[in-house]
Design a protein around this ligand. Structure first.
Ligand code: NAD
Length: 487
């Protein structure tokens, strides 16, 4: 059976590359190649820049309310095609249909809708300076590059293009080479909604195409989502032409469960924050610190619910709530971390092995895995694993657990479970993380800015402030009287 070959999406249509080079994309749940994608060669790269320049000229000249109206049409189409798009995400990522059907498209559409609404509300300032005055304009940056990770491909493409396009920029987006189709679907939807050709372009490929984007002097900004190590390379390369950067990177986030917490709720949060999207979520609370007074109760309930309530299998089956990891290589990496945990003396409470469910026997599944009695210096407690692997640690002192929670170079997210309202805020205010939850975990509405402290990131996505990251301020001084000149 022949599989489809997708070309790069440039200037409003598919464009064939000249080298003929392609890469294959597999369904992680079946290990089968589902389609091929052409790599953006030099011809495509040049065409993408020319296309984005032309797109920018048209788009930035439109009024914000015109842009807003068009983006809202795209939002309506995204919602109408929810199921078709959710299926694309399931086949590309291996995540369960029951998640993609209500989260991936929805949260992407929400963000475009949010920024479409804000676009006409952006205002400059004006101030008198004696008889003279100045005013400011919020102008778009020009061509912005987006580089995406593979865990939420369509959502990431929406989260980056929403504010960029609302502010009047053109975008060249490179999805992860593991999951390239969602961004193409979004590009088609933008065209259908009336976004002018050239405003949103999709280039395909791996690191070398990303490197070209980060080094290209025609690009004013790079918004990157991916690993910390890659983020450092992207930022170093972007520095060559002093590009603005937004970095959404990895995490090793703590969840603190105090002895007055609703333990069942805390278990729910811990399971969501480790097993949702089979653990492939950047904000996951992979270090769970539980107060010694409720430690046993916590791990007993966690073990029971993990062993009874998780259904792995064909991700398109609506009953399945644990999907396949993105690739064989990633599955092996996650399993190697589990081995390391065992070698370093952590107690395996449940899970620990690869899974081969009857409905998806060739998929890259890993059992939901919980380590207990973990120590702070274990590799599984220190490094991001990006799979369904939870580490549980015990504590008995508030100040001590805050210090332990902060003892990492990462700072993406954190959570606290307690019924003591003052403790909740006191503790959260001391945790070094950009995205925090109290008696909750994982929700990320369009209105809320998200991003990392320390090496987990730079800048923010979502929320009002993000629009400022896609504009530059022009100050205009207006003289109202004769110039006094000594010359
Ligand atoms: P990755 O860093 O391997 O790849 C991310 C993207 O960068 C891909 O598109 C890849 O092709 C590209 N790339 C690779 N090398 C490059 C280079 N030298 N220059 C430019 N681009 C390059 O990350 P991944 O494995 O796709 O995603 C998983 C990681 O993403 C995890 O660390 C996770 O925590 C992080 N993540 C963070 C967030 C967030 O919002 N903070 C969200 C999702 C994922």
């Amino acid at each position: 059976m022949t599989t489809p070959v997708y070309e790069n999406f440039i200037n409003g249509h598919f464009l064939k590359n000249q080298t003929g080079d392609t890469f294959a994309v597999k369904n992680p749940a079946t290990d089968e190649v589902i389609y091929h994608v052409e790599i953006a060669d030099e011809f495509i790269q040049n065409a993408a820049i020319e296309s984005a320049k032309q797109g920018f000229a048209v788009w930035s000249a439109m009024t914000p309310i015109e842009r807003s109206r068009i983006l809202l049409k795209a939002v309506a189409i995204l919602r109408e095609r929810n199921d078709e798009l959710a299926k694309v995400e399931v086949l590309d990522t291996g995540k369960p249909w029951q998640e993609a059907e209500c989260v991936d498209v929805e949260t992407g559409a929400d963000v475009i809708e949010y920024f479409a609404g804000l676009a006409p509300a952006q205002v400059g300032q004006q101030q008198m300076v004696g008889n003279d005055f100045y005013y400011t304009r919020k102008e778009p940056l020009g061509i912005c590059a987006g580089i995406g990770a593979w865990n939420y491909p369509l959502q990431i493409a929406c989260w980056k293009s929403g504010p960029a396009l609302a502010a009047g920029n053109a975008v060249i987006f490179k999805p992860s080479e593991e999951t390239p189709l969602g961004a193409i679907k979004l590009a088609e939807i933008f065209i259908e909604a009336g976004v002018p050709a050239g405003v949103f372009n999709v280039v395909q490929g791996a690191a070398e195409v990303g490197q070209w984007l980060t080094a290209n002097p025609n690009i004013e900004k790079v918004s990157f989502t991916g690993e910390v190590g890659t983020g450092k390379k992207v930022m170093a390369s972007a520095a060559g032409s002093l590009k603005d950067v937004t970095m959404e990177l990895g995490g090793k986030s703590p969840l603190l469960v105090f002895d007055d917490a609703d333990v069942s709720q805390a278990v729910s949060a811990a399971m969501l924050g480790n097993f949702y999207t089979q653990g492939e979520i950047c904000t996951n609370c992979t270090r769970i610190y539980v107060h010694k007074n409720v430690y046993q109760q916590f791990i007993d309930e966690l073990k029971t619910r993990t062993e009874q309530n998780i259904i792995a299998g064909d991700p398109m089956d609506p009953e399945v709530n644990l999907g396949a990891l993105i690739s064989k290589k990633h599955q092996e990496l996650v399993l190697s971390y589990i081995d390391r945990g065992i070698q370093e003396g952590a107690t395996l409470l449940t899970g620990g092995k690869a899974l081969s469910p009857a409905s998806a026997p060739n998929g890259y599944f890993v059992e939901p895995t919980v380590f207990v009695d973990c120590k702070d210096d274990m590799t599984i407690v220190k490094e991001e694993i990006f799979g369904p692997v939870m580490s549980v640690l015990v504590f008995d002192d508030e100040d001590d657990v805050i210090q332990r929670a902060n003892d990492t170079h990462l700072g993406l997210a954190a959570g606290v479970f307690t019924k003591d309202i003052q403790r909740a805020h006191r503790v959260i205010h001391q945790l070094q993380a950009g995205i925090c939850w109290i008696n909750s975990y994982g929700n990320s509405p369009a209105e809320m800015p998200v991003g990392g402290y320390k090496q987990s990131g730079i800048g923010r996505e979502n929320g009002i402030e993000t629009l400022d990251h896609y504009t530059q301020t022009k100050s205009i001084y207006v003289g109202m009287s004769n110039i006094e000149s000594p010359f």
